[in-house]
Each structure stands twice: as structure tokens, then as C-alpha cells.
Design a protein around this ligand. Structure first.
Ligand code: GLY
Ligand code: MN
Ligand code: MN
Length: 486
């Protein structure tokens, strides 16, 4: 009842029994508190099959163990972040924790304790809510409000890792002796417990290792990336089918349409969708998505579904909103397509990582020279001075996996200066962007932005385009759109 509800204040929390919900405390009678303790069935689950990637996560932990013998390794999932009062942002487990455990539970922590032969892994989790002390319904994070979670015994069966109560962990870490490393930036309480035991430099080495370990994907990861690309392709088709509704509203209709596919088939979008119509396509990180969608202009859609196991696609298509490229749009589109073809062809085992970027940039520079945008300079001079970058703006790709810009903590020697190996997955995404106020290009170029982005797996004998089900060549794009628009 309304009169029982009062704003939460520190003084009121000292009163005997109160239920905290909706940012308010509600008084609870002793009788109700007693009543809520009993009458609940035992719902413990037994005989659970391990998660699909249990063998892979075990192998990943074994590799980590081999890299840091004799050291205690602490890898937190992270905590909920408050949006306002008792409302939180949706939770996404840290990549390092999910990679090593297959679990995505907030507040979880994986600890590898050194043993004589290697390490013993333990996963620290919040157990089922206590019914005796009322936690399950008096606390805003109790299972009655936020849903059942796994018991520690259930988690052990699913993950194949012994589980303990995470509330015991800070004290256990404080008491522990010997060298420790922690993945920073996810769990302040764990960091506080380890303050005197870790150094920034040694923790960074752990973070770098976990980034480099993900450079080559295992079979489970490759299947997830294919799933992500397949869902993403369906999301792009959804968007083409509703372009008329986007024209009647705004870019937000496109964002919402793609998000629906991501949430129904996956966990989320892997990054903020870029739904850039008309001149917005020349703004690389256009995520406001509040502009008009106009027939006759281009839509640059850069979006990716993140699977339930947290692997994301990263795909861009630049589409004529009315279904047909005009002459100038097509000229620019074809140039980017040609550059992408050259980039994709350079993705193969043993090639330098930089090769695909160089191949795509060369094609774009050739086009810019051919169009007379760089005066009398020849292509070699343009590339030497990097002058094409006024319109190409960004690198031609990056590693892809659980993070859209995956393996970002890897050392230059292991990534940008390294060679490609089978199992690596990267984007190839050249673009040309002519700003609306760029007086150095003919007027008809201004306000046109084109990017084409695909997700390319390095295979034993070359590469496989995981996002190939979405057409890229201009005629094929038009035919595909005509079919979908009906
Ligand atoms: N969507 C971000 C990128 O393409 O890198
Ligand atoms: Mn990308
Ligand atoms: Mn992208």
C-alpha cells in the first residue's frame, strides 16, 4: 500500500526487517518474514550435461596455467553497473572470464591456484539465495526478483570447474601468500583485496597473454563466429524489408529492427549499430542514428549480432535506399568493392598482417588519382605521403572474436607486425568518405560514404568469408534488395 512506502534512507535500513524493492523500503511483519521461510520445494538439478564448450575452456585454462607456473591467477567476470538507484545496465561478463569458463555470471571469479603439477581451477560464484535469512525476497538481487541462479553443485556440473561461494573470496585472497596476478578493470572488490599483492606490470602481462591467446580461434569459436555472421545476415535482410518504415520515421527504425534480431537470436549487438543514412555515412562512428532516411541516398549499416556465447560479427553494407545506385554512388561503391576484393585476396596463412590493408589502400589510391582528386601526383607518391587517407580515414580491418576489436591488448609483434595463421579471424573493411563540406572534391562526391566489411577466417589454404551470404557486388546488392523489398 502506498502509505507503507517511504524513501530509502540509511536510518531506515537499521529497522528490523524491511524489504528493499523499487528503491524503496517496505516494512515486513515478523509473521510474514517467518511465513516466507518455508513451504518451498527443493529444485536442485542433478545429472546436468557439461556446456558445449567445456572441453575448449579446459584447454584454454591449461594453456594459461602453462604460461604462469607457480602463480595464483584471478580472472573476474565483473559486476553490475548502476544506471540509477537500483536500476542496472544489462550485464556482459568480461571477455577473459567468459573465454576461460564459458560462464557469464555477474560477480563470478575464476581463480587458478598453483599446485605442484600446474594449477587447480576454482570458480567463485554467488550460491542460491538463502531462504532462512530472507535474502531471496528481501534483497533487490534475491532470486525471487531477478530469477533463479545455479547452485554451486549445478555450476560445477555445467562448467566442469569446482565452485565455491564468492563471498569467501576477498578474505581468502587477502590471506593467500605467493605471487598473484589479476585481470584489472572488472571487479573493484577483488582489486581492493589484492592491492598489496599485485603490480600493474605483472597484471598487464596476464591481460596481454589472454588477448594473444585469442588470436587463433578454436573450433568452437569458429562455429560461434559463423553463427554470429548468419544471424547478422538475417538482421540485414530484416532492415532491407523495412526501409520504407525507416523513411517514414528515422535511422532509429533500422537500429531497432537489427536489435530485435540480435536479441532474439543472440545475446545482444556486439557494438553500437551504425545506421548512417545520407551524409551521416561519412561519420565513422555515427551511432546517434536519429537522422532522416531518404530515397536516393545511401545507407551505411555497420552492425553485428553477438551470440549467446559472446562472439560477435562485424559487417557493413552500403545500400541504395531506393534499391538502385545512381551513377556517382556506383562509381564510388565499385571502387570500394574492388579494394575489398584485393584486401580479401591478401588474407592467407603466412601473409603479413599488414598486407590486406596495403592491398586495399593501393586500389583506393589508384581510384582517387584516376578521378583527379590528387592533382598530378602518381599513386606511389600518394601512398608514400598517405594522402589517400583524407578519404579512406581508417585501417582496413582488425581481429574479430568475443570483442569486436578483439585481441586489442596483444603486442604489436604478435598482431600488427605478425603473419596470419589458420584460425585467425579478421575484418576486411575498406571505405571512402567524402565529407559534405569537403571543398577539394567535386560537388557530386560530397556527402557520400561507402564501406563494405566482411568477416574473414584464415584457413589452411587461404580464407573463408564468414559473411559471404550477404551480397557485396553492386548488381547483386540491387537484385537482393529488389527480392526483399518485393
Ligand atoms: N564496427 C566497428 C568497426 O567496424 O570496426
Ligand atoms: Mn570492423
Ligand atoms: Mn564494423
Amino acid at each position: 500500500m502506498a502509505e507503507e512506502l517511504t524513501p530509502a534512507t540509511p536510518e531506515e535500513t537499521e529497522e528490523p526487517i524491511k524489504q528493499r524493492k523499487n528503491g524503496l523500503y517496505r516494512e515486513v511483519s515478523d509473521e510474514l518474514a517467518e511465513n516466507m521461510k518455508s513451504g518451498w520445494a527443493d529444485t536442485e538439478l542433478t545429472g546436468l550435461a557439461p556446456i558445449a564448450q567445456a572441453e575448449h575452456t579446459a584447454a584454454r585454462r591449461a594453456a594459461l596455467s602453462a604460461r604462469f607456473p607457480g602463480e595464483r591467477l584471478v580472472i573476474p567476470a565483473g559486476n553490475l553497473k548502476t544506471r540509477s538507484n537500483d536500476t542496472e545496465y544489462s550485464f556482459r561478463a568480461s571477455t577473459e572470464y567468459a573465454y576461460l569458463t564459458g560462464d557469464q555470471t555477474q560477480d563470478g571469479v575464476l581463480v587458478l591456484e598453483p599446485t605442484a603439477g600446474g594449477h587447480r581451477a576454482t570458480i567463485y560464484l554467488l550460491p542460491r539465495s538463502n531462504r532462512e535469512n530472507g535474502e531471496f525476497w528481501l534483497d533487490g538481487q534475491g532470486e525471487l526478483w531477478v530469477g533463479r541462479r545455479h547452485s554451486l553443485a549445478e555450476a560445477e556440473q555445467l562448467l566442469g570447474i569446482p565452485a565455491k561461494d564468492v563471498r569467501e573470496l576477498p578474505a581468502a585472497l587477502q590471506e593467500a601468500t605467493g605471487p598473484v596476478r589479476n585481470v584489472r578493470g572488472h571487479d573493484a572488490a577483488i582489486e581492493a583485496a589484492l592491492t598489496d599483492k599485485v603490480t600493474a606490470e605483472r597484471d598487464e602481462e596476464l591481460r596481454v597473454y589472454l588477448s594473444e591467446a585469442r588470436l587463433v580461434k578454436d573450433a568452437f569459436e569458429i562455429a560461434e563466429l559463423q553463427k554470429a555472421c548468419d544471424s547478422t545476415a538475417r538482421g540485414f535482410e530484416d532492415v532491407v524489408k523495412v526501409l520504407d518504415k525507416a523513411e517514414a520515421t528515422s535511422e532509429r527504425y533500422i537500429e531497432g529492427t537489427f536489435f530485435l534480431r540480435a536479441r532474439v537470436e543472440g545475446n545482444d549487438i556486439g557494438y553500437g549499430s551504425i545506421c548512417a543514412a545520407g551524409p551521416h555515412a561519412t561519420t565513422l562512428h555515427w551511432v546517434r542514428n536519429d537522422g532522416a532516411v531518404r530515397s536516393g541516398e545511401l545507407l551505411l549499416l555497420d552492425a553485428g549480432v553477438e551470440t549467446t556465447e559472446l562472439y560477435t560479427a562485424d559487417v557493413t553494407r552500403t545500400l541504395p535506399i531506393n534499391g538502385r545506385f545512381n551513377e556517382i554512388q556506383r562509381r564510388i561503391y565499385d571502387a570500394v568493392y574492388e579494394a575489398q576484393e584485393a584486401g580479401i585476396a591478401a588474407v592467407k596463412p603466412g601473409a603479413d598482417y599488414r598486407d590486406f590493408h596495403d592491398a586495399a589502400q593501393r586500389v583506393l589510391a589508384e581510384k582517387l588519382v584516376e578521378w583527379g582528386l590528387l592533382g598530378d601526383l602518381d599513386v606511389e607518391k600518394v601512398l608514400e605521403l598517405g594522402l589517400q587517407r583524407r578519404w579512406t580515414l581508417h585501417g582496413t580491418g582488425h581481429m574479430l572474436g568475443m570483442d569486436v576489436h578483439d585481441c586489442a591488448a596483444a603486442r604489436t609483434a604478435s598482431y600488427v607486425d605478425a603473419t596470419l595463421e589458420p584460425g585467425m579471424c579478421l575484418t576486411v573493411e575498406p571505405g571512402l568518405y567524402f565529407q559534405a563540406d569537403d571543398l577539394t572534391v567535386p560537388e557530386e562526391y560530397r556527402g557520400i560514404g561507402v564501406r563494405i566489411e566482411d568477416d574473414i577466417l584464415v584457413t589452411e589454404d587461404g580464407n573463408r568469408n564468414l559473411s559471404a551470404s550477404l551480397p557485396r557486388q553492386a548488381d547483386e546488392v540491387e537484385a537482393w534488395m529488389a527480392r526483399l523489398k518485393g
